[in-house]
Write a protein that binds this ligand. Structure first.
Ligand code: MG
Length: 251
């Protein structure tokens, strides 16, 4: 083989190299499916409610609570002025649909009339798969244990920083969640992971979830379905929520 031919075959080899993310395609393979076009949503401001990307499952846009239930019945929480208000003591608000890996956007606000005192008075939470809590708490002007602060993976990982806005102002969570996987025998194949962007600031960076959220106890896993509902905690405090949407990722 001449040097030129050798060089040409080396180039061909490079051209035909398999994609490391999907060996069914080559690197720069023109036959690989195009990413779907998505119309981005509009970010919220304090005064204006934003909108979801075009491919999101809208869980609440200011209208009805039809995507949600409480227990086995209809949602027991109220819509007030286009916002969801917790009905204290009624139980969690739970999606009717189940989700695994996902991107979740949710905005929350502690009204000025509430009286935060540590974990009391201004507490809620996002329970991914109804099991793994990203803590919601009025954490500006209110101190508690670090791993129970807003943006914590409750009892497991404190937030990296505390970007909570003052009481009465809206906060936004953008959560990237990887669900845990279980083997056929029920043992853990891979843990869950969670990234949380809180008011535009990363507070959890692919943090490993150690198991089901527990209070004052070590977390552990028990096997469960690949998709489960998302729920919002009723901790007895009348917080407000708006602009909630989710994008299932890869499953
Ligand atoms: Mg909570």
């Amino acid at each position: 083989m001449t040097l030129v031919a050798l060089a040409a075959s080396a180039v061909l080899l490079v051209l035909q190299a398999q994609s490391q993310s999907n060996p069914a395609f080559g690197i720069h393979d023109k036959s690989r499916p195009q990413p779907a076009a998505v119309t981005p949503g509009m970010p919220s401001t304090q005064a204006r409610v934003g909108s979801a990307p075009s491919d999101a499952v809208v869980l609440f846009d200011g209208g009805s609570l039809s995507a949600w239930r409480t227990g086995n019945g209809d949602a027991a929480w109220k819509v007030v002025d286009g916002e969801i208000e917790v009905t204290p003591g009624s139980g969690s608000l739970t999606t009717r649909e189940g989700f695994g890996d996902c991107q979740l956007h949710v905005e929350w606000m502690v009204p000025k009339g509430l009286k935060p005192a540590g974990q009391a008075g201004a507490n809620s939470g996002i329970f991914l798969m109804d099991l793994y809590e990203v803590q919601i708490l009025q954490s500006a002007g209110n101190t508690t244990y670090a791993d129970g602060t807003a943006g914590s993976l409750y009892g497991q990982h404190p937030p990296l920083v505390n970007p909570c806005r003052p009481q009465g102002e809206w906060n936004a969570f953008d959560i990237l969640f990887t669900a845990p996987r279980f083997k056929e025998d029920g043992s853990l194949q891979s843990p869950g992971y969670c990234t949380v962007i809180f008011n535009g600031v990363v507070v959890q960076n692919h943090a490993e979830i150690f198991g089901r959220t527990a209070h004052a106890a070590p977390a552990s896993y028990a096997p469960h379905a690949a998709k489960l509902p998302i729920s919002i905690q009723d901790h007895g405090d009348a917080l407000r929520f708006r602009n909630i949407w989710v994008r299932p990722l890869g499953n």
